[in-house]
Design a protein around this ligand. Structure first.
Ligand code: PRP
Length: 200
């Protein structure tokens, strides 16, 4: 069988979801040992554990034949990967978020997703400075570092507990299966079968 190399997120929750999807689709993937290992070689599958934003990069460059990652990071990476299956998972969304009651003009927006945010702003004809941060974005709104933030909202708990509100839902998101375009030709039968099984 042609071996497949698959990039999946290293974070516990996303990794568990990705492994569940791949196993349900028929891949034989034993329990991953608890270790600091980043690469797991099995007879017909190699798994690469990478940071979410890097999954589209590994797949586009072709180091991985395919991968599983959130639509948020696919948009942010702006890589040319094929995206054949919406795996669902935790439905979440990109939102423009502000401190409740704010009415001042939005001049600065903080986000972990600067590229996607600039696209959203362009589409809405809004001009604002976009500041890239690495996490805990809510704090940027709370401290006045930014007039608003663009971030993902899942349960809404983080917003509620920090006195923030969603001004606008920008896009619904979910977890996707992505494929390297050359691999789709070179490993056509394995990848097409996997796509078929994941879609089911
Ligand atoms: C994400 C996001 C929000 C939170 C939203 O953060 O940046 O903070 O989840 O989830 P909720 O609507 O269910 O509360 P993450 O957990 O990735 O942590 P980070 O901010 O440290 O990156």
């Amino acid at each position: 069988m042609t071996p497949l190399t698959i990039a999946i997120p290293s974070g516990e929750r996303s990794k568990t979801f990705a492994l569940t999807c791949l196993r349900k689709a028929g891949l034989v993937i034993p329990e991953l040992e608890q270790s600091r290992s980043l690469q797991f070689d099995f007879p017909d599958v190699t798994l690469l554990l990478v940071k979410d934003p890097d999954v589209p990069v590994y797949v586009d460059v072709g180091v991985a034949d395919c991968g599983i990652v959130g639509k948020d990071w696919i948009l942010e990476a702006a890589r040319d990967t094929y995206e054949p299956v919406d795996l669902g998972g935790n439905n979440y969304r990109f939102s423009l978020i502000r401190v409740a009651g704010s009415t001042n003009r939005i001049e600065r927006i903080a986000t972990r997703y600067p590229r996607a945010t600039r696209v959203f702003l362009r589409e809405r004809g809004i001009s604002a400075d976009v500041i890239a941060l690495n996490g805990k974005i809510e704090l940027a709104a709370l401290t006045g570092l930014a007039d608003a933030i663009v971030d993902i909202v899942e349960t809404g708990r983080t917003l509620t507990e920090n006195g923030l509100i969603e001004n606008e839902i920008l896009m619904q998101l979910s977890t996707r299966f992505i494929v390297n375009r050359a691999a789709l030709k070179l490993k056509a039968s394995r990848l097409r079968e996997l796509i078929h099984c994941l879609a089911k």
